[in-house]
Unconditional design. Structure first.
Length: 219
């Protein structure tokens, strides 16, 4: 891993939401268990990692194909969102010290963007309630680019909107797939510890430029 000093040279920071800024993995654990359980399936060990980088529509298509469901992607997405929406509006919060670090970057003149696989219908309420929405110049979702987070597309789109070269940007991500995509785009990457990616922790540490268990380490 690099020395943390590289963060002093960055001009832009691009943040993932779920598992990085938001402590929200528990919501999707509950959604997955309830959704698949109603259809007679347990949640496979690799399911979360497979769908997390995709965005809702692509994840629904994957789920329908994998489990042989006779349902439309729109119906699947609607059911997921209906289960998760209240949690995002009322209970999902930022991880410890995430808000403080985001504010620190903003006040230091670093331009901030969000690059997420989530959907505005869910996360906007949380960003507003947690009072961090105004720190971000741009929000990009994987639905706006050709490929999911195993590729650099969403991070490149965010950097383009910030008008900053990827070499001058740092991406904050929790999932190995997202970190891999960001590194493919030649971004600096800080990996953020999250329980859902615990099984990939060692390979995440090898790939990322820096690894943190809490944003407090950067303050």
């Amino acid at each position: 891993m690099k020395s943390i000093e590289f963060l002093q040279e960055i001009e832009g920071a691009i943040f993932d939401l779920d598992g990085t800024i938001f402590d929200s993995s528990w919501v999707w654990d509950k959604v997955d268990i309830n959704f698949l359980g109603k259809r007679g399936f347990d949640v496979p060990d690799d399911y979360v990692e497979a769908i997390s980088p995709l965005g809702a529509e692509r994840a629904a298509v994957y789920t329908i194909q994998r489990f042989g469901l006779d349902e439309t992607p729109d119906k699947v997405v609607r059911e997921w969102f209906d289960m998760a929406k209240k949690e995002y509006a009322v209970q999902v919060t930022c991880k410890p010290f995430a808000k403080e670090y985001i504010k620190h970057l903003y006040e230091s003149g670093v331009k901030l963007a969000i690059a997420t696989s989530s959907d505005r219908e869910l996360f906007m309420a949380t960003l507003e309630r947690e009072e961090i929405l105004d720190y971000f110049s741009h929000i990009v979702t994987v639905n706006e680019v050709e490929r999911g987070k195993g590729y650099p597309d969403v991070y490149e789109k965010a950097a383009e909107k910030l008008k900053i070269n990827p070499h001058k940007c740092v991406v904050f991500e929790d999932l190995f797939t997202g970190i891999f995509g960001a590194k493919m785009g030649e971004f600096h990457v800080v990996a953020v510890q999250d329980e859902k990616s615990a099984h990939s922790r060692e390979k995440i540490k090898e790939l990322a430029d820096y690894y943190i268990e809490s944003f407090q380490e950067l303050l």
